[in-house]
Design a protein around this ligand. Sequence first.
Ligand code: DC
Length: 229
Amino acid sequence: MTKNKNIVIAIDGPAGSGKSSVAREVAKRMGLQYIDSGALYRAITLYVLEKSGESFTPEDVCRYLNTIHLEQVFNADGSCTTICNGIDVSEKIRSETIASHIGKISDIVEVRHFVNARMREWARDHSIIVDGRDIGTVVFPDAIIKIYLDASVDERAKRRALEYSLKGKDVDRDELKTQIRLRDEQDMKREFGALKKSDDAIYLDTSNITQNEVVQSIYSLINTKIQYC
Ligand code: DC
């Protein structure tokens, strides 16, 4: 990306803040590889549930890590394929069952080290844009640009409701708000890799701006920064 080295752009923020849509769009425009860190935690959760059912222990999970190989492919159409041991799990990892168990998996420090090591390996070979919760604070503290995307709970619930309705599902907005608050709390209170704005991250509240505007701001920030690298 710059003359001699690959760059890392970190996008953190709570669920529904628009991280993944924005990161994918910036990646497409700038020819970066996009990494969806949440999808990696989801893929491990799926693997554990398929092996152990719902009664897994942290020891089971740590043992399984030796048998999991994760890959991610960023496609030309802006989608991202997550592959676990050769199997495309991109659709399966989006289920409610995964969402309800992922907290127990992503809290395990060995799982976090595993995911972080994989992402750092990818960063050696490519310029990347990564979204998650702890990318700018823990995984890539030297990222060239760090963005913290946020939005009000009301706005995030509205976006989620729209996503569900596009899939033909009718969901209660208040129920969604409760789920979002719960997830925020879980993500922020995690002992390792908690959701937190890095001191040097740029804070963008996306509640009242369009996705295009957010993409444009990040795009300009990157271009300005790259000129000085
Ligand atoms: O981004 P997402 O909603 O697909 O992430 C799923 C879960 O994974 C989320 O509840 C928190 C966890 N996660 C994490 O702990 N650290 C990350 N860097 C990304 C996601």
